[in-house]
Design a protein around this ligand. Structure first.
Ligand SMILES: Nc1ncnc2c1ncn2[C@@H]1O[C@H](COP(=O)(O)OP(=O)(O)OP(=O)(O)O)[C@@H](O)[C@H]1O
Ligand SMILES: [Mg+2]
Length: 337
């Protein structure tokens, strides 16, 4: 089976072709970051319009990259949520229309299932069951994963997502949107322990997170210490250490609670080097492993959607012809495969 994957949930148009035997055959990505830069965040209507411009040309580019024609595609997978409704509708309409024209099945994919399964695209994929840490721009969740579609939410952020906290704090430090990766780079120049940020909600039981207080803490620290380059780097370091520590503490708790051996992390923030190093060391001590995808498959991409779609299509999932999307869509509502 060969599946065309279409991702348009936010500000990236991602198109890929995944072959059940040969693996990933094409991966095209267009980022709208420049389009939204002046606004300091994603403008939904501009995002939808840009997906309209980019989706079809990128599909053509992906087919060319894979040296395939439309007749070689056996199924279409498109992100149906969660995400921006207008942006989702672009990918869903194009995906459904192509599948109808090509006379192949189409399947709506849950964006976070895409992220969660992205580490399966790598050479050493994790085996079920595992605890998954989903850390992205819109989500911070700990999930018990027994199998595909067998997801139980163990805990999540009650306010800002980890990526959102990175981006908001980066903005305070004068960095452009989305500033997460730049903040992390800045933190490398920072002196550890000059500032100590709180580890929110680690002093009580449970697996929920709260990150919104960290940006306030950063704002106050900037106010009382000034914003010279070294101070900014020291604040970035203290912020990153606090987020990473907090995530690690809750991952350990989730592993102890479930009794599962391995950990998977996915979503944009799983590209963070400090987080990878910290969780790898923690898991090594536990005689187990942490799995994650290469950085380009941590942030939004079409490959993870093509892969998740292939898994679901193989199990016979296919929708009626209607184009429907779900801006909000709890992962635990997905059917098991
Ligand atoms: N190296 C890094 N360190 C910290 N944060 C990072 C890093 N790389 C990416 N991010 C953050 O990851 C986020 C983007 O990830 P992703 O594309 O998975 O999120 P999203 O698609 O916007 O959200 P969601 O998937 O929840 O809808 C941004 O907040 C970005 O700052
Ligand atoms: Mg995403």
């Amino acid at each position: 089976m060969r599946v065309l994957g279409i991702e348009t949930s936010c500000d990236e148009t991602g198109i890929a072709v995944y072959d059940q035997q040969a693996g990933l055959l094409a991966n095209q990505l267009y980022s709208q970051v420049k389009l939204h830069a002046d606004y300091g965040g994603v403008v939904p209507e501009l995002a939808s319009r840009d997906h309209v411009r980019k989706t079809v040309p990128l599909i053509q580019a992906a087919l060319k990259e894979a040296n395939l024609s439309a007749a070689d595609i056996n199924g279409v997978a498109y992100t149906a949520g969660p995400g921006l409704v207008g942006a989702l509708l672009v990918g869903a309409s194009v995906g459904r229309a192509l599948a109808f024209a090509w006379n192949v099945p189409a399947v709506p994919v849950h964006h976070m299932e895409g992220h969660l399964l992205a580490p399966m695209l790598e050479d050493n994929p994790p085996a079920f069951p595992f605890v998954a840490l989903l850390v992205s721009g819109g989500h911070t969740q700990l999930i018990s994963v027994i199998g595909i579609g067998k997801y139980e939410l163990l805990g999540e952020s009650i306010d800002d997502a980890a990526g959102e906290a990175f981006d908001k704090t980066a903005k305070l430090l004068g960095l452009d949107y989305p500033g997460g990766p730049m903040l992390s780079k800045m933190a490398q120049q920072g002196v550890a322990d000059r500032f100590t940020f709180p580890r929110p909600m680690t002093d009580r039981p449970g697996l929920d997170f709260s990150f919104s207080g960290l940006k306030t803490f950063a704002a106050n620290t900037i106010r009382s210490n000034g914003g010279d380059d070294q101070t900014c780097a020291d604040i970035a370091r203290a912020f990153e250490d606090a987020v990473v520590d907090t995530l690690a503490i809750k991952c350990k708790r989730a592993l102890e609670q479930t009794g599962f051996k391995n950990l998977v992390m996915a979503g944009g923030v799983s590209a963070n080097r400090t987080l990878r190093t910290k969780l790898a060391a923690m898991m090594q001590k536990r005689g187990a492993e942490v799995f994650y995808a290469r950085p380009q498959f941590c942030t939004d991409n079409g490959a993870m959607i093509a892969y998740a779609g292939m898994v679901r299509l193989k199990s016979g999932a296919d929708q009626e012809l209607s184009v429907s999307v779900r801006p909000r869509w709890p992962l635990a509502e997905l059917p098991a495969v």
